[in-house]
Design a protein around this ligand. Sequence first.
Ligand SMILES: [Zn+2]
Length: 162
Amino acid sequence: MNKEGHVLNAVLLGIGLGFILEPSGTFETLRTIVAVTIPVTLGALFPDVDTAFGKHRKTLHNLPVLGIFVAFPLLFANLSYVWIGVFTHYVLDYLGSRRGIALFYPLSKREYGFPSGVTTSSRFANVVTIVVTAVELAAAFVIVHVLPEYFDLGAIAAMLPV
Ligand SMILES: [Zn+2]
């Protein structure tokens, strides 16, 4: 997926998450949208930094990097929501390309992708981006409003040795 696709995905995801986290439709919803959209967009742009530093689709396109961004806010109360941007970048690259990404780098250089991936230049790229965003928002809605007891990040943080 190209940079436009990643930004479109991140901005739509941030707006949707703002409403899911704060559905009141008040100023607080707007505040939540800003608080979520900016770190998610930064996170969505981050993996392609490896076009300049390291090996593209490997160095910053893997599960250990995602793990760092998931753990960081739990350990340091900072960089919240950035992991969502990194995660959704991987989802789009996995689905939105035939080449795929090296999920287990540096353990393995093998790149994993969806067999019938839609190339970044395809006229279907935006459709794929919108569909992926909608599925992610549906998943976020379920996590936040239907099954919150299974996703208690506060409890996970309390188990960490800090
Ligand atoms: Zn990428």
